[in-house]
Design a binder for this molecule. Structure first.
Ligand code: AMP
Length: 275
């Protein structure tokens, strides 16, 4: 495995590979890798000649009171999990942001609902870093998880609207045996909390089952989720949205998604499920 810390060396390597006609697959991550991240790398292996994984905890997507400084940084353990990666891009903050950041990519609709309502400028930070990484790596394919569904859709939109020259490949959510969606932030939970957190997936499934059984009332479906999460969780949002427009549908159609964000033991957890 090759490890690159500078943009210049990585660009040089990519340009050699491109001259040889190799297809580049790219998996952006913030590290503290788990089976969810590894599933993206495995997907990349299937259709790319050379797989690059980046590990960078991007400061511009964290709010002032969020967990940027305590976000787990576990590089040594991470690289052991990257068996299907040819290269790791592990830049410093100064390498990616040598100057004050005054230019951001922003989107004015999808980024304003769900997490965007509560995490000011989060998606501006995400779109900007992903755009920078795409410019540095120039990949043919980039892989994103449905765990961060809103992020995935925003990146697809950026690629389409800005005529970017790559294909975005979405990968399903990888879950623990309990159903809990894997996330680096699960590590902040106690053992007890981890068990309770599985109720999020249980609640989403209850809403899905009710929907399939004919319950089409938005309020009733949200109530079901709320009841299962009970007082253990502090709910930030429960929303059912059309996944193309991110509008609240007048009539909920199959293919809409239910999204939940809830705090448990002070840890912010998100999950979603297609109806
Ligand atoms: P992060 O390191 O949290 O920025 O995530 C990097 C990528 O991994 C993003 O595309 C995430 O959507 C994806 N990812 C994170 N958790 C999971 C999961 N449980 N299943 C599938 N993809 C995931």
């Amino acid at each position: 495995m090759e490890i690159f810390k500078t943009i210049a060396f990585l660009k040089k390597r990519v340009s050699e590979l491109k001259t040889q006609g190799k297809l580049i697959g790219f998996v952006p991550t913030m590290g503290n890798l788990h089976a969810g991240h590894v599933s993206l790398v495995d997907a990349a292996r299937l259709n790319s000649d050379y797989v690059i994984t980046s590990i960078f905890v991007n400061p511009t997507q964290f709010g002032k009171n969020e967990d940027f400084s305590k976000y787990p940084r576990t590089f040594e353990e991470d690289i052991k999990k990257l068996k299907n990666t040819d290269a790791v891009f592990f830049p410093s903050i100064e390498e990616l942001y040598p100057k004050e950041v005054l230019l951001f990519i922003s989107e004015s609709k999808i980024s304003k609902v769900l997490c965007g309502k509560f995490r000011q400028n989060h998606f501006e930070g995400v779109l900007t870093i992903v755009n920078k990484l795409f410019n540095i790596i120039n990949p043919d394919f980039a892989y994103f998880g449905e765990k961060d569904y809103q992020q995935l859709k925003l990146i697809e939109k950026m690629v389409f609207d800005l005529n970017m020259n790559l294909k975005i490949i979405s990968c399903p959510i990888v879950r623990e045996a309990s159903g809990l969606a894997m996330s680096s932030r699960n590590n902040y939970l106690s053992l007890e909390g981890r068990k309770k957190a599985a109720n999020i997936y249980k609640a989403l499934n209850e809403a899905k089952t009710a929907f399939n059984d004919g319950v089409k009332d938005m309020f009733k479906l949200k109530e079901l989720v709320l009841k299962t999460l009970n007082s253990d969780f502090k709910i930030q949002y429960i929303e059912i949205l059309d996944t193309e427009t991110f509008n609240t549908p007048l009539v909920i159609k199959p293919g809409s998604r239910i999204f939940v964000c809830a705090y448990l033991e002070g840890v912010r957890l998100i999950d979603n499920l297609v109806l």
